[in-house]
Design a protein around this ligand. Structure first.
Ligand code: AMP
Length: 298
């Protein structure tokens, strides 16, 4: 496996069908599941590690975001990736960018409403990575559901010849969706944070029992979070998988997303709900049998 700092080197090392996994590092099994999917489909697997300042507001956690390149390199090497692209700021933004990619519409609700400018930062860096790495297939987690909608739309609108694949959420054994930000949680917060997955998984169970009302599903997802004193719910929303527009009823491919603040840490979770024959089937993601590598020494 090679570690490179420039777009040119990342392109030079790629051959055949190129699978690409963009990340901000501090990797866990959620990221590794994307590397695994790329490894199955592609000849070259390139993983980028870049904490993108453009997608953080001045009040957010850019400075404290966890970073450990040596640990990340060991993890992606073990997963069988070919190239780690870890650009310095000067490669990604040689000068202050005057060009931004704005995806309207799909970014107006949920995360886009709460984090103004966030998806401009995401769309801009992903467009630059797509242009510079030139992959055939790019892998994103369903964990960041609205980000996936935004990236798909940006890719189509800008005619990138890249297939965007959405991959299931990987969860701790107790249900909590893996996130690099979980390392911010103290032990009591870590226990309280389970309320997010408890809520969306209860809503998934209700979908299986036949519930189709957006309001009722949102209420079911919100209940455990509202009941947890240490957590503040930002939203529980049933949304269209293509447009991220809120839905009154489950009548098309959707995701039920929750966002909440646990102390100073913002966490997200969701279940995607897709049609299968005549049924609506919720995707509850994949549960680890044991504690994630996030909490273990690399
Ligand atoms: P990040 O490093 O947080 O920017 O995430 C990089 C990629 O990994 C994004 O496509 C995320 O959606 C994905 N990802 C993060 N957490 C998970 C998870 N628990 N399960 C699946 N994918 C994830």
């Amino acid at each position: 496996m090679k570690i490179v700092r420039t777009f040119a080197e990342a392109r030079d090392l790629a051959s055949g069908r190129v699978g690409f996994v963009p990340t901000m590092g501090y990797l866990h099994e959620g990221h590794i599941s994307l590397v695994d999917a790329a490894r199955r489909d592609c000849d070259t697997v390139t993983v980028s590690i870049f904490v993108n300042p453009l997608q953080f507001a001045p009040t957010e956690d850019l400075a404290s975001y966890p970073r450990d390149l040596d640990r990340d390199v060991a993890l992606v090497e073990a997963a069988g990736a070919d190239v780690v692209f870890a650009p310095p700021l000067s490669e990604m933004y040689p000068s202050d960018p005057l060009t931004r990619v704005t995806v309207s519409g799909v970014t107006e609700t949920m995360e886009g409403a709460i984090r103004p400018g966030h998806f401009d930062g995401v769309a801009t860096v992903v467009a630059k990575l797509f242009a510079g790495v030139a992959p055939d297939v790019a892998y994103f987690g369903r964990k960041d559901a609205q980000q996936l909608v935004t990236v798909r739309r940006m890719t189509a609108d800008l005619s990138f010849p890249i297939r965007v694949v959405g991959s299931p959420i990987v969860r701790e054994s107790d249900g909590l969706a893996l996130s690099s930000r979980n390392t911010y949680l103290d032990p009591a917060q870590r226990i309280a944070a389970r309320a997010l997955s408890t809520g969306v998984l209860a809503a998934a169970a209700a979908v299986r029992r036949g519930e189709r009302s957006g309001g009722i599903l949102e209420e079911i997802a919100a209940r455990p979070v509202d009941a947890e004193p240490g957590i503040d719910l930002d939203y529980a929303t049933l949304a269209d998988q293509e447009t991220a527009a809120p839905l009154g009823a489950l009548d098309r491919p959707a995701f039920l997303a929750v966002a909440a603040r646990v102390g100073r840490t913002r966490l997200l979770d969701n279940v995607h709900i897709d049609p299968d024959g005549g049924e609506w089937v919720p995707d509850e993601g994949i549960r680890l049998a044991e504690t994630s590598i996030l909490y273990r020494e690399a």
